[in-house]
Design a protein around this ligand. Structure first.
Ligand SMILES: Nc1ncnc2c1ncn2[C@@H]1O[C@H](COP(=O)(O)OP(=O)(O)OP(=O)(O)O)[C@@H](O)[C@H]1O
Length: 584
C-alpha cells in the first residue's frame, strides 16, 4: 500500500521543487522539499526489498498450509477410483504448489491491483487538476487494456488446463528414463531413444500450445503499447503548446509527464495483475475443487459398529465393474468365508481374484449385491475401522525407500519404536538374520535413491534387497498387524525359492490356524490344505469345495492341479532336446 503512494508523492514533490526553483523561493523551503523528496527516495529504495521478503514469507506459509490441507483431503478418499481417473489426476497436479498453484498469488494480485489503483487515483487527480480532458483520455485508453488482458488471462487459464495431461505424460516418460527399475529394460531393449523421442514430442506439444499463447500475448501487448504511446504523445504535444502559451509552468509539465506515464503504467499494472490473479484463481479453483470434491465412496453419517468377526464374511450376489465403460469383472459372486477358516481363491489370470480382495477392503463398492461382515454391510461401517481389522499382503506390495525397521513398521505404526515387535515379525518370516547383517542393521536404508542419514561426514549408500528378501519383508509387515479378524494373502510367496516357500507356508499355516483368512496363489500345492477352495472363472464361482472333493469332481480345479503337478513330475520333453544342447 505504501509503495502505491510513492510515485504520486515523488511527482508532486518534484513539481514543488521545480516550481520553487523557477520562482526563486527561500532556500529553507526548497531544502525542506528536497528533504521530503530524499525521504521518499529512501522509501522507494527500501519498500521493494521489504515487500519481497514479506511476500516470500507469505508464500512459504501459505504453501505449507495448502499442501497440508490438500493431502489431508486426499488421505480422506476411502477408495481407489479417484486415483484411476485421469481428469482427477490432472486436477490434483494443478492443485499442487509445484505446478504454480499458490493462493498467495491471489492475495498478491489483489494487493498489487489496490497499490496500482492508489497510484493511478493520485496521479489522475494531479492530471485532472492540470488537464481534465487529458485525464479522461488516459483513463479511456486504459479500458481496451483491461478488456484485452482479461481475455488473454482466460485463454491462458484454458491453455494451462489443456496442457496438463500433456505435461503429465512428459513427466511419465521423464520418470521412466531416470528410474532404476525401468533402467534395466530400457537399456536391454534399447528403449532410450524411443522414450526420449516420446518425451520430447510431449514437450514440443506443450511448447506449441504455450508458444501460440505467447504470440497472441505479444501481438495484443504490442498493440496496447502503441496505443499508450500515442496517447502519451498527444498529451505531450498539447502540454508543450500550453507551456508556450504560459498556461502551464515548468513544474506542471514535469508532473504532467510523470502523471501520464504513471497512470498508463498503473493501468497496465492493474490489468497485468488482473491477468495473474485470474490465472491464480483458476489454479486455486482446482485446489478448491479437490478439497470440496466430497467422499469418493458414500460413508455412513453414523457408521454401524463393526462387530468382532464371529460368523464370517458373506458375498451376496456381488456384481462389479471398474466403471460404466469397463466390462463386468465380478458377475454375481456368492460365497461365504467362515470365521476361523481359510478360504482359497483359485482362477486363471484375470478371473477377478484381486478385484474381490479389493472389494473386501472396501477400496470399491459392489455395483450390485452386498458384502456382509457378520451380517453388517461393509457400506454401513467406518472404512478406517474395517481396515483396522484386516491384515494383508498384496501381490503388488510396496517397496518403500526407507529403513528396514520403517519398512516393517509401516504395517502397524504403533510398532515404529518397538524394536522387539519388529524383530519378532522379521524372525517369523526369516528376514531378521539378513537385516542383522546389513551395515546399520534395522536402521539401514533399503534404497539407493538417497544416502543414509548417519552421523558420518561422508555420505553412506543404502542397500538393495533381492526380490525374495523383499517378499519376506512385506510378509513381516503384514504379520506385524498381529491378530486381526481377517488375514488376506495374495500370492505371498511369489518371489521365494523352493525352500523359503515351504518354510513360509509352514509358518503361515501355523499363523492362520483358527483365524479367518483368504489366500490367493497360482501354486495350487500351497492351497490344498485350505478349508475351502473357490474356483473363479470369468467373474463367477465355478466350483467350490475342499481339495479332496474338488479332485474327485475332476473339474477345473483338478485340471489345473494336475497340469501343475505333471509339470513337476513328468520327464523333460524329448522334443527340442537336441536343439537345446550346446546352447548357453
Ligand atoms: N483398476 C482397474 N481398472 C480397470 N480394470 C481392472 C483394474 N484392475 C483389474 N482390472 C481388470 O479386471 C479383471 C480382473 O482382474 P484381477 O486383477 O482381479 O484378476 P486376478 O484374478 O487377480 O488375476 P491374476 O491372477 O492375473 O492376478 C481383469 O480383466 C483386469 O483387466
Amino acid at each position: 500500500m505504501a509503495s502505491g503512494g510513492i510515485p504520486v508523492a515523488t511527482a508532486w514533490l518534484m513539481k514543488l521543487v521545480i516550481d520553487q526553483v523557477v520562482a526563486g523561493t527561500s532556500y529553507r523551503t526548497l531544502v525542506s522539499c528536497a528533504l521530503g523528496l530524499a525521504a521518499v527516495g529512501i522509501a522507494t529504495a527500501l519498500l521493494p526489498q521489504i515487500t519481497q521478503y514479506v511476500t516470500g514469507e507469505l508464500d512459504r506459509r501459505t504453501g505449507v498450509a495448502t499442501q497440508e490441507r490438500l493431502f489431508i483431503t486426499v488421505g480422506r478418499f476411502v477408495g481407489l477410483a479417484r486415483f484411476e481417473d485421469p481428469r482427477f489426476l490432472d486436477r490434483l497436479r494443478l492443485a499442487q504448489p509445484f505446478s504454480g498453484m499458490n493462493p498467495n498469488d491471489v492475495v498478491n494480485g489483489v494487493l498489487g491491483m489496490v497499490r496500482a489503483a492508489l497510484t493511478m487515483t493520485g496521479l489522475l487527480g494531479a492530471l485532472f487538476v492540470l488537464a481534465p480532458p487529458m485525464a479522461l483520455l488516459v483513463l479511456a485508453s486504459g479500458i481496451p487494456i483491461l478488456v484485452a488482458e482479461r481475455a488473454l488471462s482466460r485463454r491462458r487459464a484454458r491453455m494451462v488446463w489443456e496442457v496438463g495431461p500433456i505435461e503429465r505424460r512428459e513427466f511419465f516418460y521423464n520418470e521412466l528414463l531416470s528410474d532404476v527399475t525401468a533402467a534395466k529394460e530400457v537399456r536391454l531393449f534399447g528403449l532410450g531413444t524411443f522414450l526420449r523421442r516420446r518425451m520430447l514430442a510431449e514437450r514440443h506439444a506443450a511448447n506449441a500450445a504455450k508458444r501460440k499463447m505467447d504470440r497472441r500475448d505479444l501481438v495484443v501487448q504490442a498493440g496496447l503499447g502503441v496505443l499508450s504511446a500515442l496517447v502519451a504523445g498527444i498529451g505531450l504535444v498539447w502540454a508543450v503548446g500550453e507551456a508556450r502559451a504560459g498556461t502551464l509552468t515548468a513544474g506542471d509539465i514535469a508532473v504532467f509527464v510523470a502523471a501520464v506515464t504513471g497512470v498508463q503504467s498503473a493501468v497496465r499494472s492493474i490489468s497485468g495483475e488482473l491477468g495473474h490473479t485470474h490465472q491464480a484463481l483458476s489454479l486455486f479453483g482446482h485446489y478448491v475443487a479437490v478439497n470440496t470434491s466430497g467422499p469418493d465412496l458414500p460413508v455412513a453419517a453414523v457408521p454401524r459398529p463393526l462387530p468382532d468377526l464371529s460368523r464370517g464374511i458373506t458375498l451376496r450376489n456381488v456384481w462389479f465393474r471398474y466403471s460404466a465403460n469397463h466390462p463386468w469383472v465380478l458377475r454375481g459372486i456368492t460365497l461365504h468365508i467362515p470365521h476361523g477358516k481359510a478360504l482359497a481363491l483359485v482362477g486363471l489370470n484375470g478371473a477377478g481374484k484381486s478385484t474381490l480382495i479389493k472389494l473386501l477392503c472396501r477400496f470399491y463398492d459392489p455395483d450390485d449385491g452386498a458384502i456382509l461382515w457378520d451380517g453388517v454391510d461393509l457400506r454401513d461401517v467406518d472404512p478406517v475401522e474395517l481396515r483396522r481389522r484386516i491384515s494383508a499382503v498384496f501381490q503388488d506390495f510396496m517397496v518403500y525407500d526407507m529403513t528396514a525397521a520403517e519398512n516393517i513398521a509401516l504395517g502397524d505404526l504403533d510398532a515404529l519404536d518397538d524394536h522387539e515387535r519388529l524383530r519378532n515379525a522379521a524372525q517369523e518370516t526369516g528376514i531378521d538374520t539378513t537385516i542383522g547383517k546389513l551395515p546399520n542393521g534395522y536402521a539401514t536404508l533399503l534404497s539407493r535413491r538417497f544416502f543414509m542419514e548417519t552421523e558420518k561426514e561422508e555420505p553412506v549408500d543404502g542397500v538393495v534387497l533381492s526380490g525374495g528378501q523383499w517378499q519376506r519383508l512385506a510378509l513381516a509387515r503384514g504379520l506385524l498387524r498381529g491378530q486381526r479378524d481377517l488375514m488376506i494373502l495374495d500370492e505371498p510367496s511369489a518371489g521365494l525359492d523352493a525352500e523359503a516357500e515351504h518354510e513360509i507356508h509352514t509358518m503361515l499355516r501355523r499363523h492362520r490356524a483358527g483365524r479367518t483368512s483368504l489366500l490367493v496363489s497360482h501354486r495350487l500345492g500351497v492351497l490344498r490344505d485350505a478349508d475351502r477352495i473357490v474356483v473363479l472363472s470369468n467373474g463367477r464361482v465355478m466350483e467350490e469345495g475342499d481339495h479332496a472333493g474338488l479332485m474327485t469332481k475332476d473339474g477345473e480345479y483338478a485340471r489345473l492341479f494336475n497340469l501343475q503337478a505333471d509339470g513337476y513330475r513328468s520327464p523333460v520333453a524329448k522334443l527340442g532336446e537336441g536343439e537345446v544342447s550346446g546352447r548357453t
